[in-house]
Design a protein around this ligand. Sequence first.
Ligand SMILES: [Zn+2]
Length: 148
Amino acid sequence: MKVLKVDPIKNGTVIDHIPAGLAQRVLATLKPRVSDIVMMGMNFSSKVMGQKDIIKIEGRELTQNEVNSIALIAPEAKVSIIRDLKVAQKSKVEIPELIEGLVACGNAKCITNGEPMQTKFRLINAGKRELACQYCERVFNADELKHL
Ligand SMILES: [Zn+2]
């Protein structure tokens, strides 16, 4: 195993404590723009988690919606906003009670898959990451739902 050094960023976002192997999925939901400078470190050793992944995005501060997207995949992750090489804001991600417009309903017959409308899910169980569609009432694990 090779450990790579991940350079500190001047301004942007650091997503730490991503369970090992999930960095690519987390990054995909953030839809990196061509101009984004992204550093991804995988399989770092962590005292708490054994192994973890880290993502650093230079020049971009994540919105609350983007942080919520991360929570659906990696609720253990920690997001830090960096300004001028210092941590300006640190937060543990949390799945909100109401998840709007982030993921598509897994029920093909659900009205949200037939009409141009925003999806809405209620958080049923945070530990198991179970969400219920507000429209068809079906319950899904967050891993079953496609990110929009
Ligand atoms: Zn539905």
